[in-house]
Design a protein around this ligand. Structure first.
Ligand code: NAD
Length: 465
């Protein structure tokens, strides 16, 4: 097992030295991060290809280029976002100046999953560095090539700013026993609970980016062919191993029948007649997940696809027609299976969604303003997207995060800066004139009158008519 303490101690030492606070240091780290991603792009793309069969174009869109753009967006706006924010001062405290400032937290631990093993470590890293922190990165042991590439290049480009600790549960457990100023975790529910329990010991603030089942509702008012292509893209991107992928479809039966045909066409258009031959289609991360997905498909009714090969871990895009009670509807699928679930209409769809945990994302494909409004007003989810899945991640101004069972906290762009900073209240009051004499003891009738009028000015007293 890799000893974790030295990496944390080095990070603490760098932060305590004070060098991370100036804007210039932060911009330099963001620039180094971008340089690393540009200069070592081929290495990272090869690692992602080895771990997940990711095509270089997909790796660029969803991982390498994604983080490069995020770092550029942070660098471009950082100075403006860091400007102190003046706050009005009430009469009782005047004369004085009040403002808030975003201040660094200290040493941040980022724990990543295997499905977007580069993006989900380095996008939080960019935000944490922009906020003036040092960072310890814990990549997923299930994406070993990407983990090794990060351990190879981070020390060269981001020495002092970031440390990489490779390993699995033992190393993460050892890290979690140490003191951090923030823990940023992306992964599943079981590990999230272990993270929260460990964080409680040190009262460490935590961001949890989790998953769950993200539904898509489709009605007859939408363009079914276009909707099907977008849904198939979102579901089968990275062979379905995407936290914001549409997990299942809800629609009336008269919509599901033509939608199923359009989904089959869309799958062919995206990955050809045999996805095993498509370089654009990824592979399942490991044998354990492959076996889990095979059991889910075998425990339901396959309407299309289902072909698979354990040796290459290819699992074809698969449409299911589940029966009530099928396991596939009871857990996050996290693979290339798409159940088509009939409902009586939007009210039943909303009821079903509200009966489950709050989704990370909710997708509504409808041109009907009433339907859009109904989902917007009567459901809760990390994000709500109309007519497109997953693309909200590409809008840097939108906070990305869950709610309830799908997570707590959010990041990306300005929201990352807020997540990885403390907004410190600052007040400065000159000694002269000493207005506080009005509230200092000894208390007199005159002071009582003054304080009463300051707290509840005459005519505005609660209950006074
Ligand atoms: P995971 O929870 O198994 O692992 C995540 C990280 O936690 C890994 O680095 C792992 O080493 C560590 N870990 C695992 N078990 C641990 C334990 N008991 N104690 C301490 N550390 C532990 O998750 P995963 O399988 O890598 O990823 C899949 C899950 O992540 C899915 O639920 C998916 O929806 C979710 N996810 C969420 C997002 C998001 O942004 N919201 C993105 C991707 C994945």
């Amino acid at each position: 097992m890799q000893t974790v303490a030295p990496a944390v101690a080095r990070s603490r030492e760098v932060f305590d030295s004070g060098i991370t606070r100036p804007l210039a240091w932060r911009l330099e780290q963001l620039s180094n991060l971008r340089r690393m991603l540009i200069e070592r792009r081929d290495d990272f793309a090869a690692a992602l290809g080895s771990d997940l069969g990711k095509h270089a174009t997909e790796a660029q869109l969803t991982e390498i280029g994604f983080v490069t753009a995020e770092a550029a967006h942070l660098a471009k706006n950082l100075q403006a976002w860091l400007r102190p924010r003046p706050v009005p001062v009430p009469l009782s405290v005047q004369p004085a100046k009040a403002w808030t400032e975003l201040t660094p937290l200290g040493v941040v631990l980022v724990i990543g999953p295997w499905n977007y093993p580069l993006q989900l470590l380095l996008a939080p890293l960019a935000g944490a560095l922009a906020a003036g922190n040092t960072v310890v990165l814990k990549p997923s042991e299930h994406a070993p090539a990407t983990s090794a590439a990060l351990a190879r290049w981070i020390p060269e480009y981001l020495a002092g700013a970031a440390e990489v600790v490779q390993g699995g549960i033992p190393e993460t457990t050892a890290l979690l026993a140490m003191r951090f100023d923030h823990i940023f975790f992306t992964g599943g529910e079981v590990a999230a609970k272990a993270v929260l329990r460990a964080a409680a010991e040190n009262l460490t603030p935590v961001t949890l980016e989790l998953g769950g089942k993200s539904p898509a509702y489709v009605d007859a008012s939408t363009d079914l062919a276009r909707a099907a292509k977008r849904i198939a893209w979102g579901r089968f991107l990275n062979a379905g191993q995407t936290c914001v992928a549409p997990d299942y479809i809800l629609a009336t039966e008269d919509v599901l029948v033509p939608l199923e045909c359009e989904l089959v066409k869309a799958i062919r258009a995206l990955f050809g007649a045999d996805s095993a031959l498509s370089e654009s289609y990824g592979r399942i991360v490991n044998d354990q997940h492959f076996a889990r997905l095979a059991a889910l498909a075998d425990g339901s009714t396959v309407a299309h696809g289902g072909e698979r090969d354990a040796a290459s871990r290819h699992f074809a895009p698969t449409l299911l027609r589940p029966a009530p009670g099928d396991t596939v509807m009871g857990e996050e699928i996290f693979g290339p299976l798409l159940p088509l679930v009939p409902v009586a209409g939007r009210d039943e769809a909303i009821r079903m969604i509200n009966d489950g945990a709050k989704p990370l994302a909710l997708y509504v494909f409808s041109n009907d303003p009433e339907t859009r409004r109904a989902f917007s007003e009567r459901t809760s989810s990390g994000a709500l997207c109309f007519d497109v899945p997953a693309a909200h991640l590409l809008v840097p101004g939108l906070p990305f995060g869950g709610v309830g069972g799908s997570g707590m906290g959010a990041y990306h762009g300005k929201h990352s800066l807020r997540t990885f900073s403390h907004e410190r209240s600052t007040l400065s009051k000159p000694h002269w004139p000493e207005t506080l004499e009005l509230i200092f003891p000894p208390y007199t009738r005159a002071k009582h009158r003054i304080i009463s009028s300051l707290v509840a000015p005459a005519g505005k007293r609660p209950g006074k008519r």
